[in-house]
Design a protein around this ligand. Sequence first.
Ligand SMILES: [Zn+2]
Length: 598
Amino acid sequence: MEPTSRPEKRLSQRRPPFYGRELTFDYTNIPHDFPRKFVPAQVPFDWENLSRLFDQLKTAPVDSEADLEGWIAREDELNAVIYEQKALRMINYSRQTDNQEYTKAYTEFIQEYDPRIKVASFELSKRYVSASSRKQLPREKFGNADKIRENALSLFREANVSLEKDDAELQQKYQNVLGAMTVPFRGEERTLQQMGRFLEETDRGVREEAWRLVQGRVLQDRVALDEIYSKMIDVRDRVSRNAGFKNYRDYVFRQKNRFDYAPEDCVRFHEAVERYLVPLAREIDKERMGNLGLNSLRPWDVLVDPQGRPPLAPFADADELIAGCARVFRKVDSQLSGYFARMMQLELLDLSSRKGKAPGGFQDEFAEARLPFIFMNAAKRDYDVRVLMHESGHSFHSFLMRDAGLPFYNANMNLPSEFAEVASTTMELVGGEHLEGTFYSAQDARRSNRSEVEQMVKLFTWVATIDAFQHWVYTHPGHSTEERGDEWSRIFTRFAGLESYEGFDDTLRYRWQRQLHLFQYPFYYIEYGIATVGALGIWLHYRRDPEGGIAAYKRALSLGSSKPLPKLFEAAELKWGFGPVEVERYAGELRSLWRAYA
Ligand SMILES: [Zn+2]
């Protein structure tokens, strides 16, 4: 029998030999440095074995503080084994979507294991919360996880189980509608993602044609998408009322463990973005218009290089990308660059595009081995360098939590994305300081950094747009689609740059329908805003004082999820907050950098 955490040994034996050379990642090479104490080493990963372990924990004593601590450690180990298995199946599948074995294994996890694990974990949480001994646990180590678990349990309602299933089905419908969208262009049927690159063409006629085709196609499904969203809002509203909340917005704030900020803080953030960043976004657009020699900036003019230069080409293949980033990290910090070297050595990087590979990029963690893995589809673009630096930041977080000896529940398991994205975004910005001589000439490094600043400004205005829209949507349940379109148009215009939608009223009115997060991850968007505020703070610290900035970064990341958000910000030597004070300061810094990089 295979050990639980290594079933792919069995899979890799069946792997067709021609994959052997191209795909170097081999899970059996990953060292497992933390011996198991509860889950038997030689046990296959199946529901029979898992449920036996869950049952053991359901009846194990938790009466004394010592009992409970031991119980938590065993539960934590079981969770790490489960999450590692999930990550492994997801990674295998993403690496080879055309491998039926991998597809089956991953689908099985999502459909068969996930729901059962959810129920069994919930039973364990009930046992934990009802144990009076938990009040004696040292707060320093257990406090944050305790609060998160108690909160989740307090929100549970039996009546919401089927409503959440309805929500998941609606999300699937949304994906199906969007996934089926293709357009015929230059003799080929193309997906909307594939059409993206034509918006970067220097020929304006090509850009306009591509843009019109895509928008026309999206609008064909506007009624269907409107219906899906209306149903979702209704389901989500009922979920929140069942749990005793006035509306879904207030429910989500509790559900996402937002103990340290309230909806009003987000409203203040929207106002600050409008006041300090929208003018900068418009200044950027104005310069773009001038460079392109246009009287009116149209939606198909926003992605092309304003000076008509060919795209930056920082590397030729994945090896060069890795070598370049390794040089960047050596300039940043020896400990962090050691982590990257470890990932190279263990081949925990799968970066190049190839047939059968899933699109996009992500970082995941093998929770039991406590080692990260980076997946992306590099295509020789400037963007890819940023993506690898970003995902490396997530990986450094994993390594630092591992080295701090944090248990899984104080590490990745409960990590708030408001801070996880600080780890990654900071590395994107800090790495940007070292592009000259690693990837670029001085001039090209400035060009790359200037475009990063512009994207950051646009990110803030878009975060405010999407977040403000959701605040309205969920505090006005029962609104008509007519009212929704009006409100969206008003909010969009409030935060928009200078691009003119004249003659495309419907496109503007339904623009929100392509924002996946509105359907799949409600209220998530503000977390990008908060994390970017944190990352800008550490980056500016780094620019003044590289050693001090990196020390603060590492100190905060080493705390994992053991402390609440304000404490994590403080450990990074930042004042907690994302209000007018922070937004005004960073808008000023971004403006001067944007000018300096010109
Ligand atoms: Zn990220």
